[in-house]
Design a protein around this ligand. Structure first.
Ligand SMILES: C[S@@+](CC[C@H](N)C(=O)[O-])C[C@H]1O[C@@H](n2cnc3c(N)ncnc32)[C@H](O)[C@@H]1O
Length: 239
């Protein structure tokens, strides 16, 4: 039995452990995620609404370090624990962060390997769409367990409607946005097919249900770019 078959969480990891693919990693979010830099800025603002100047922030799926770098630049007093199962992506995180590694701890693994906190905030960008419903529920629950009461959780990822017509429209727009942003058309078609067949592409309504049922409240959509969605929500009940 292959490693991927033994652990379904490893099924998408090959690409994030491939040094050549990781060297080009930053092109992907820039070409496929509308306004990805704005997403990082909004994440910093949403966290700062409720977190202290010396906040400890949990970043899940921290590979590449793009959001870590943006958060570190925006808030010199924050420190970070970045968690990711892919060693090659974590090496890129170190290079992206440079001097900001002094206030960042990187953990190779999944959310369970992050220490218990409590953290003042958590962020998980462009990652939860790799997790099927059961994995996503378990992961969101583990994030919740590591947060102080009322701490913000900011997350954004790709979604797909269930209805056939809306689904093919969303996939078409995803691909058109990539090509319009300079992505290779053949590669884009390969990604589009992969997303269509992925068991972990879920409708946005299910995400909102997962956040609420795994202990978050005040769930608010703050970002939508074609099929991409971003939410902020808060650990436990909020006053
Ligand atoms: C598309 S990248 C996003 C990286 C970064 N958050 C960003 O926005 O640029 C997805 C990352 O999630 C990581 N990943 C995959 N499965 C994961 C899981 N179950 N828990 C945490 N990270 C995971 C991958 O290794 C990869 O580094």
């Amino acid at each position: 039995m292959s490693e991927a078959a033994e652990d379904p969480r490893k099924r998408f990891l090959d690409i994030f452990e491939d040094p050549a693919a990781v060297a080009r990693y930053a092109d992907g979010p820039r070409q496929f995620v509308p306004g990805v830099e704005a997403l990082h800025k909004m994440a910093a603002i949403l966290i700062a609404e409720r977190a202290p100047a010396d906040a400890k922030v949990l970043v899940l799926g921290a590979g590449g370090g793009m959001e870590l770098k943006a958060l570190a630049d925006a808030h010199p007093g924050w420190s970070f624990v970045g968690v990711d199962p892919a060693a090659e992506m974590l090496r890129l995180t170190e290079r992206t962060l440079g001097d900001d590694m002094a206030r960042t701890e990187l953990v190779r693994g999944y959310v369970e390997q992050a220490h218990a906190g409590p953290f003042d905030a958590a962020v998980c960008l462009l990652t939860l769409h790799f997790l099927d419903e059961a994995e996503r529920r378990a992961t969101v629950s583990e994030i919740r367990r590591r947060l102080r009461p009322e701490a913000p959780f900011v997350t954004a990822h790709n979604t797909l409607p269930l209805r056939t017509e809306a689904r093919s429209r969303a996939l078409h727009r995803y691909a058109q946005y990539g090509v319009a942003s300079g992505a290779d058309p053949d590669k884009t078609e390969h990604y589009r097919t992969g997303i269509d067949q992925s068991p972990s592409m879920l409708p946005a309504e299910l995400d909102e249900d997962i956040f609420r049922s795994e202990g978050f409240s005040g769930v608010e959509l703050f970002y939508a770019g074609f099929s991409w969605r971003g939410w902020v929500c808060y650990a436990g009940p909020i006053s």
